[in-house]
Design a binder for this molecule. Structure first.
Ligand SMILES: Nc1ncnc2c1ncn2[C@@H]1O[C@H](COP(=O)(O)OP(=O)(O)OP(=O)(O)O)[C@@H](O)[C@H]1O
Ligand SMILES: [Mg+2]
Length: 542
């Protein structure tokens, strides 16, 4: 009797302890260790017929078979075991089919069996309540996560809507593609620029929609190379390239492509701007500059003609009148006075003509004999030796005039600023362009400045011809101005003069010209010094 009371007592105290268990595994450990205090010399384990879990093991196969489908307390007939009892650990909430397996040398008594079955049910109830608590917690957590996700989705949807609105309002065409170059998004500006409706391009290969046929292969190769090697060719910079509208017409576009994919899921977005108008404006600017230069050169030629036909004629007429007057001074003084008066009128008119023409002259020597002769005439006026290496050929008139005035201003600067002992001019005509260099061995330091107009004018003149001007002029190391001008393909190109002149050295009177060895600043300049390249933009004032 005392044994029974102590067992009941054990179950009772255990029920109190079990209520404190924090996990099913802990509850089960308490139960199995308590079994010997209820049924002396018995031990217990928690088994499941077919699987292991958080607080139980998988029963051996033969036992598992016996447990399958078992609903109540049962004595198991297990080979090699004298007494083996199974107590279902069940409750309305318990989900697993787990048993408290009690083994001993003898069967437990009826009271012990009853207490063990109570204990197993108690354990089932505790485990079920632990599960339901954690389920409620999980549910609460899931609810909280769902709320956060919904809030995030809301924020995302708002920001996506805002981004879409921004993209839709953009003036540039925006187009997104996936890693297979399939179009995934286009904005309204795209539809306007390319003449496609969004639905017509979404899902299509980018190359087939907006890339001109001649560039498609290169485009595909570039994308494949990027995806394979990560090599960046056109990403994140502005490039100019032709694009194609829905109707197949092409237009110049400025394109910037950025990577917009997730890791492992490449995607790209391109921003395309139709620059037809801009390019036309640039071409018009160049054309208008060229027109200006051509007009001013034409004006110079006209002045030369005017000088010949106007002032020169009046001065000749004045001279003749004076000669006639001289002859009749004694015989016909009245007539002689008239002739002097006429000569004075002609001289006055000639002077007025000369004043009007003083703006500048187109050198006749350039028109008649070409650049080499004209440049030599320029060099002859310099007080220092000038090495001239200019082949005798004819270039298009506008280029000849441009290069002549380039050499003229450069040589004037040598005299005005360089303090040089020698200078040189070299002209080369590699394929489809001509390059002129004017160098000196003076003090250097030439620069485009806002306060002077000579070099800026040169720059404008050369840029108007579609060329570039380099100024190489480190302090104390001489100066080289290099103009490179393309020869338009429409023109006949350089034409050799009959009996082309070899390189020559202009010799100022009374001085010995330096040869290549002793006067080779040009050669030095080709190797050293930083280059200021002028492409027509004005230097900023310092
Ligand atoms: N060959 C040179 N050697 C040394 N300094 C030079 C040379 N050429 C130009 N410079 C410097 O560069 C400056 C700019 O030259 P630029 O021809 O523009 O002006 P400028 O000759 O002073 O005046 P202008 O407007 O009459 O030509 C000059 O003032 C001079 O200081
Ligand atoms: Mg000058």
């Amino acid at each position: 009797m005392s044994q029974v009371l102590s067992s009941v007592n054990s179950v009772f105290s255990l029920s109190l302890i079990l209520a404190q268990a924090s996990s099913p595994a802990q509850a089960m450990r308490l139960v199995t260790t308590a079994v010997p205090s209820i049924a002396a010399s018995h031990s217990a384990v928690a088994w499941h017929p077919s699987t292991s879990g958080e607080y139980y093991e998988q029963a051996p196969e033969d036992v598992g078979r016996l447990l399958t489908g078992l609903t109540g307390v049962a004595r198991l007939d297990v080979a090699g075991s004298s007494a083996c009892w199974a107590f279902p650990i069940s409750s309305p909430l318990a989900r697993e089919q787990v048993f408290l397996i009690v083994t001993g040398r003898e069967d437990p008594s009826a009271q012990e069996t009853f207490l063990l079955s109570v204990l197993a049910q108690l354990c089932g109830a505790v485990i079920a309540s632990l599960y339901s608590v954690s389920e409620a917690e999980l549910r609460g957590q899931a609810d909280r996560e769902r709320e956060v996700a919904e809030a995030r989705a809301g924020v995302l949807a708002t920001s996506e809507a805002r981004q879409r609105a921004i993209l839709e309002a953009a003036l540039d065409a925006v187009i997104s593609i996936d890693q297979n170059a399939r179009v995934t998004y286009v904005n309204s500006a795209f539809e306007r620029t390319f003449g496609y409706r969004a639905a017509e391009v979404i899902g299509r290969d980018l190359a087939e929609t907006i890339v001109p046929p001649s560039l498609r292969e290169a485009h595909r190769r570039g994308l494949a190379r990027h995806l394979e090697t990560g090599q960046v060719t056109i990403l994140n910079r502005r490039i100019e390239m032709p694009a194609m509208r829905a109707d197949g017409t092409e237009f110049p576009a400025e394109v910037a492509v950025t990577y917009t994919g997730e890791p492992g899921q490449p995607a790209f977005t391109g921003y395309v701007r139709d620059i037809t108008d801009r390019q036309r404006a640039e071409q018009e600017l160049i054309a208008s500059r060229a027109r200006l230069v051509a007009a001013s050169d034409a004006a110079r030629q006209r002045v030369t003609r005017d000088l010949h036909d106007g002032a020169q004629q009046r001065l000749v007429a004045a001279l003749i009148s004076l000669q006639l007057a001289e002859q009749r001074w004694d015989s016909a003084p009245q007539r002689a006075r008239e002739l002097v008066g006429q000569a004075l009128d002609d001289a006055r008119l000639g002077l007025e003509d000369l004043r009007a023409l003083a703006a500048g002259l187109h050198p006749a020597i350039l028109t008649q004999h070409g650049l080499a002769a004209a440049v030599r005439a320029l060099a002859d006026r310099l007080p220092i030796p000038v090495e001239i290496d200019v082949p005798g050929l004819r270039l298009p008139a506008a280029i000849e005039a441009g290069l002549y005035f380039f050499c003229s201003e450069a040589l004037t600067n040598v005299v005005k600023h360089a303090r040089a002992t020698c200078a040189g001019i070299q002209l080369e005509v590699p394929a489809e362009k001509c390059v002129v260099e004017v160098w000196d061995d003076g003090i250097g330091g030439a620069r485009l400045g806002p306060e002077t107009s000579g070099l800026i004018g040169l720059s404008d003149r050369i840029v108007a011809l579609g060329g570039t001007l380099d100024i190489i002029s480190p302090p104390s190391r001489g100066t080289m101005l290099r103009a490179a001008v393309p020869i338009p393909p429409a023109t006949a190109g350089p034409v050799p003069l009959p009996g082309s002149s070899p390189p020559m050295v202009a010799k100022p009177a009374g001085r010995v010209a330096s040869d290549r060895e002793s006067c080779s600043a040009g050669a030095c300049h080709r190797r050293r010094g930083s280059v200021i390249r002028s492409r027509g933009h004005r230097p900023r004032p310092r």
